[in-house]
Design a protein around this ligand. Sequence first.
Ligand code: TXA
Ligand code: MG
Length: 327
Amino acid sequence: MIVPATPEAIADAASSLRDGRLVAFPTETVYGLGADARNADALRRLFAAKGRPAHHPVIVHLASSAALPGWARAVPAYAEALAEAFWPGPLTLILERAEGVFDLITGGQDSVGVRVPGNAVAHALLDAVAERGGDGIAAPSANRFGRISATTAQHVASEFGDEIALILDGGPCQHGIESTIVDCTGSEPALLRPGAIGFEQLARVLGRPPRSPSTASPRAAGTLASHYAPRTQTRLLPRADLLGALGKLGKPGSHIAVLAHSVNQPPSFEGTWFDAPSESAAYAQQLYANLRALDAREADEIWIEAPPDGPDWIAVNDRLRRATHRG
Ligand code: TXA
Ligand code: MG
């Protein structure tokens, strides 16, 4: 059930979480599907609802960094600097886990992912959970495993139907793509998942660019080759290839759905055409909603004009590569 995120609804949601139920809620990145992070039964229900393999860890959302000692046994100085600069906000830190953190959360690894979200509803929910004796909300993105993340309450409902008792509606998410994940378990920070906080923002705080993950880095589901994928066959085409392919279509016998940010719809084109923003933050904010809407057209293929290669586009290009991966 979708309910507007009023103070009363947030209080009910917090009580539900403490009773072991699942609640979907908005964050500044994407919607999360939440469970009480200290309740093993609730966590099992979470994995079942998502259809997520048990060895994929989930992020714990905290009301503030004051809660960190219960979750992480060591916080290197560079991680403290990142938390100081970007929390509350769209950054997830992977830290050495504290004693007592469930394997269900860590995927059996010796690390835990934590973040303090900045979205007002998420924040109020975390405070209300804490007031009821709780300690953090474990929340993956509110989509079925491998599918497109949800950036509105309606997207969440279309993924899970009646399976979730409560979906708090806080409107469309501000960033529209997931948090940036930085592995802070080594002597040097490593970027595990590009996201809402850009590479250059991280580098500015760290005083150096974060390194790329090594093969020894902890697993991150968002780093699977195929993820965020529409059901419709989807291709990423550089601008010139898109123009060439459009030129060859003529009167299409097939239905093509296009997402373009610089190419204009040709007058003769008879398929589905979506214009995406040409600026990276706005493009990202609308990306998952666009992918869902394109998929819903049930076209024969989705063609996406490949965005530029610049640093501002790293996270968007990462998601598009995984959304279009075959095999
Ligand atoms: O923006 C976000 O991060 C959203 C909102 C809801 O907070 N959450 C999200 O969760 O994207 P999810 O489960 O879809 O992706 C979390 C990623 C996964 O790739 C997971 O493998 C990684 O975080 N992760 C979590 N804990 C980890 C750990 N201990 N080590 C390595 N990766 C971890
Ligand atoms: Mg996800």
